[in-house]
Design a protein around this ligand. Structure first.
Ligand code: SF4
Length: 278
């Protein structure tokens, strides 16, 4: 079994990423965000597990591949769960990657990433924080066990002070919850030297929709497209365009790099991909 997977964008509906590798130092994620997709393809996705012999295997695998493709850490888990504080699996992975000069993209909701500033500031790296609201209590509604958004913003500012490129992912944007100008502005205005922002509207799968309905019961009544895209239910295109136009107009005041994730809409973005490595 390989711990480095090759991400093929052609398998993902409306994905604009190029070819890249993905490493998940942990299996599953105990942040348990209600909108998370991993439970649709990982059994017991919200149960955090360790991989057999992870450090030995990942070192061997990193030694074998060339750095011609970037690496994403992580797409199906958070690379900085609480136990990373004492296990150092992500930290050691970063050191292996640094030795081979990989271009990497770290995606997290955890302020623990700050611990690794000493490594990150000497790498070709982008650190993305997913932030769905600027108020801790509001974000808790849909991300009850993830670190508070205020801590993520503090971490983003500490990293950017060290010259690390910061990406904010406002994902998912949910009509009636965080689709207001004030919310987008409230998030972006708190981040210093923002490198890029990525917007993505909520895309439903049966299991995440069930969890979301428990806290946002109106969600089912939103205008949904009839046809699914790669198994996801999308909000009506007119509504998504309206939201993304508003987000674009706010975002452009903070950064010239605006990405959209799996929207299939070209007009409200300025970057080729939602992943800053491309
Ligand atoms: S942090 Fe990411 S992987 Fe973890 S539960 Fe939340 S959305 Fe899923």
């Amino acid at each position: 079994m390989s711990y480095i997977t090759f991400f093929d964008p052609f398998k993902e509906g409306l994905c604009t990423c190029g070819k890249k590798y993905t490493i998940n130092p942990y299996t599953g994620c105990n942040h348990r965000c209600r909108y998370c997709y991993i439970t649709s393809y990982i059994k017991n996705g919200f149960k955090l597990r360790l991989k057999n012999n992870y450090l030995k295997v990942i070192k061997r695998e990193i030694d074998k591949i060339s750095n011609s493709y970037p690496i994403n850490i992580s797409s199906s888990s958070d690379p900085y769960p609480g136990i990373e504080d004492r296990l150092f699996l992500t930290r050691k992975t970063l050191l292996y990657l640094k030795n081979k000069n990989f271009r990497i993209s770290v995606i997290t909701k955890s302020p623990l990433v700050v611990r690794d500033i000493d490594i990150l500031k000497n790498m070709d790296v982008f650190v993305s924080f997913t932030i769905t609201h600027f108020e801790d209590q509001k974000a808790k509604i849909i991300e009850p066990y993830a670190p508070p958004v205020s801590e993520r913003i503090k971490a983003a500012n500490l990293l950017s002070k060290e010259g690390i490129r910061i990406v904010i992912r406002i994902d998912p944007i949910i009509p009636g919850f965080n689709d207001k100008k004030e919310v987008i502005e409230g998030i972006l205005s708190r981040v210093n030297n923002l490198y890029m922002v990525v917007f993505s509207t909520y895309k439903a799968k049966p299991d995440n929709l069930k969890r979301m309905k428990e806290v946002l019961p109106f969600i089912e009544k939103l205008p949904w497209e009839n046809k699914k895209i790669r198994g996801y239910r999308y909000l009506k295109r007119e509504l998504r365009e309206e939201i993304l136009e508003m987000a674009y107009k706010v975002g452009i005041n903070f950064t010239q790099r605006i990405g959209l994730c799996r929207e299939g809409i070209e007009k409200f973005k300025t970057t080729k991909s939602c992943d800053p490595v491309f």
